[in-house]
Design a protein around this ligand. Structure first.
Ligand code: SF4
Length: 153
């Protein structure tokens, strides 16, 4: 199966702090699946390393919020561009499943930081997770991936 994956889950140093933090469980999926790494924030033109960003409003992305960095700069356009390019990649490669990194302002599916840069998590989605789901891509967080003898389930 072809699966879109947050690049950082494979250990690619795309994170805001440019550290490599591979998720062994996700790497193991490579044995049976074709994983297509994407980093929406890099696709949106943001540098690596980059300042931390959060979605203002305290409820994640619903299509009209602003994404700002820790210095108060509006980064919404970059986040939107990255989300749209990620969706374009999914369509080009006919991928209908994605495994995305939890708690990211781009990739988070259930929880994101509340926009106050105080470390508080709130229910809500990242920009890319929202757009992919809205367009029919089935999104999982890395914690929702379970392996058994038959592989991904
Ligand atoms: Fe890139 Fe998403 Fe990983 Fe952030 S969580 S580094 S946007 S792939």
């Amino acid at each position: 199966m072809k699966i879109l994956v947050s690049a950082c889950l494979l250990g690619l140093p795309t994170r805001y702090d440019s550290r490599s933090k591979p998720d062994e469980k996700i790497l193991k999926l490579l044995e049976k699946h074709i994983l297509i790494p994407v980093c929406p924030e890099q696709l949106g033109g943001l540098p690596t390393p980059r300042p931390r960003c959060e979605i203002l409003g305290g409820h994640g992305w619903t299509g009209k919020e602003k994404v700002v960095d820790e210095f108060g700069c509006d980064r919404t356009e970059s986040y939107l561009k990255g989300a749209k390019l990620t969706l374009e990649i999914a369509r080009l490669l006919k991928v209908s499943v994605a495994i995305l990194k939890s708690k990211s302002p781009s990739c988070g599916k259930y929880l994101v930081y509340d926009g106050s840069f105080s470390g508080r998590l709130v229910p809500g989605k990242g920009v890319t997770a929202f757009l992919l789901e809205k367009n029919g891509v089935k999104v999982f967080e890395e914690n929702e991936v379970f392996m058994d003898n038959n592989g991904l389930r």
